[in-house]
Ligand binder design. Structure first.
Ligand SMILES: [Ca+2]
Ligand SMILES: [Ca+2]
Length: 522
């Protein structure tokens, strides 16, 4: 079985070896420990067959009512963990038996008063991380919480200042694990920072304040090389490589855009990104001054900003770091270049200036890690402007190809050596919006649309469409794969789907009714 699985390309072999090594201390190969699985790659190592079709009545192993949420499920040691809102001010973290869907424990916490967030988001936006021993979850007003995976009992809590998002996008970041370190990066409008905790005790090992960042939603990924391990984070203007041990910025590539909401993928010692940003310095002018609450005079005041934001008081600290920095003549108005100075950090002038008409931009790129200092000229392997990235959906990289999915269901494919396009854009049989990133297992790629339709495509150069399944409820969160289970969190429910049972011979090879795609990975 293993021989056949490894028969394919060198890159597949590297992927397998990388994850085997990476998971020695974390969990078993079949687990899905965090947002988008092992190293946020979307790639499951489980070789069990996965369902090609599924619906509310087809191939359902179990399903449960959860309550509102957009965080993904995670799986370790036969347990599934997921977050939800019990009501408007109660956070919940729930554990289920992966086999039966039986609830094992349920923890709830009073959230206190929560600010308004964008309707696509939820206050239960976090994906837990788990090593099978403990479950780690971030909630905006509580900070980081660790509980026992078997019992749900408290292990530790690290309080953090509640984040502030002036555009009401709301928190959506999740912790990730690497060996004994729990890593959490959140670039909000007030306290942008990356934290590293000792996962056993909750002790803060280090923290890097990221005041040179605007708001980003990109998860940290691990890059391993001869000289050690790095945490790589995509953010405003900069891709940064952090020393895992010290939290020092070892290198940066000044090559990204203003607001980064996709997560990089590390494969074969390279870091692949796709990103799109429309961010500009004068976004405030375009909204607050020109909104119904503004006076449309081409100047921005603090009062207009507050009126536009509404009931949520803008913290004085936010004004101090932005408006006051930009208002160089101190007249209480931001005009022209003052807007750039207010909403772009002086050391990281990323994105278009106030006078650009069309500030949107998008790229795919590949970067080599392991550098020192400014590696913009030395380590960016290739970078191409495209018209086909999404601002939220992360790239799917596997077998030397990068697959992009964007709103409208448009897919594009690039080879990963030079970033050359391999074919013209094609439309999936599901138009509409996409928030979830593609995930992979058993030769299939699962692409979940916001409208609840999941398209399954074959992981081959043609990306042949295998099926289209409709769950009938909004899907924002990236699904999960573990040991033959496909777990999909819709807005209110958690579904677990499995492949139809097939008879097996004594050698373990599937007999009747076998799916050729499944057989490839036996
Ligand atoms: Ca005005
Ligand atoms: Ca001024």
């Amino acid at each position: 079985m293993l021989h056949k699985f490894l028969r394919s390309t060198t890159s597949s072999l590297s992927v397998v070896l990388f994850f085997v090594l990476a998971n020695v201390h974390v969990s078993t190969a079949a687990d899905w420990p965090q947002f988008r699985g092992p190293n946020c790659s979307g790639i499951s190592q489980s070789r069990s067959p996965l369902p090609e079709r599924f619906s509310s009545t087809e191939n359902v192993a179990w399903s449960v009512e959860l309550g509102d949420g957009v965080g993904s499920p995670v799986v370790a040691g036969g347990r599934v963990f997921v977050t939800a809102m019990d009501d408007e001010r109660t956070f919940a973290l729930v554990a289920y038996d992966a086999n039966s869907g039986k609830m094992l424990w349920r923890r709830t916490w009073d959230s206190g008063e929560l600010p308004e967030v964008h309707r696509t988001n939820s206050h239960a936006s976090t994906t837990p991380a788990t090593d099978g021993e403990r479950v780690y979850a971030y909630f905006s007003s509580l900070g980081m919480i660790a509980v026992d995976a078997a019992s749900g009992e408290d292990v530790w809590q690290h309080r953090m200042p509640a984040p502030f998002f002036v555009f009401k996008w709301g928190p959506a970041m999740s912790p990730v694990l690497h060996n004994d370190t729990l890593i959490f990066c959140q670039d909000d409008d007030l306290y942008p920072a990356i934290h590293a905790f000792d996962k056993k005790t909750g002790k803060l090992l280090w923290k890097d304040e990221r005041y040179d960042m605007a708001v980003n939603y990109s998860h940290p990924v691990i890059y391993e090389h001869e000289d050690g391990e790095e945490i790589v984070v995509a953010g405003t203007g900069l891709l940064v490589g952090y020393d895992l041990q010290t939290g020092k910025r070892r290198w940066f590539a000044k090559t990204l855009l203003r607001n980064i909401k996709t997560t990089p993928v590390v494969l074969d010692n390279k870091i692949y990104l796709s990103l799109q940003s429309s961010g500009i310095a004068n976004q405030w002018l375009a909204t607050a001054d020109q909104a119904e609450t503004g006076n449309n005079d081409g100047k921005l005041t603090k009062e207009e900003m507050q009126s536009w934001v509404g009931d949520l008081p803008i913290p004085e600290e936010f004004f101090r770091r932005t408006f006051d920095r930009g208002d160089t003549d101190g007249d209480g108005f931001l005009v022209g270049e003052e807007l750039d100075a207010a909403f772009l950090h002086p050391n990281n002038f990323a994105g278009a200036t106030f006078d650009v008409d069309d500030p949107a931009d998008e790229y795919i790129l590949a970067v080599q890690g392991g550098g020192r200092g400014n590696v913009t000229d030395s380590h960016v392997l290739w970078k191409h402007r495209t018209k086909h990235t999404d601002h939220i959906v992360s790239p799917f990289v596997h077998d030397g190809r990068m697959l992009l999915v964007k709103g409208g269901g448009i897919t594009t494919v690039f080879e990963t050596d030079e970033g050359t396009s391999l074919r013209r854009p094609k439309r999936l049989p599901n138009t509409g919006q996409y928030f979830a990133s593609p995930i992979y297992g058993d030769g299939k790629i699962y692409i979940a649309g916001e409208n609840g339709v999941v398209v399954v495509v074959e992981d081959g150069p043609e990306y042949r469409v295998l099926s289209k399944s409709d769950l009938g409820e909004s899907i924002i969160s990236t699904p999960a794969i573990s040991d033959g289970r496909l777990l999909i969190r819709t807005r209110e429910k958690l579904w677990c789907f499995t492949a139809p049972k097939t008879s097996t011979t004594s050698s373990g090879v599937e007999a009747e009714g076998q799916n050729p795609n499944q057989a490839q990975n036996q």
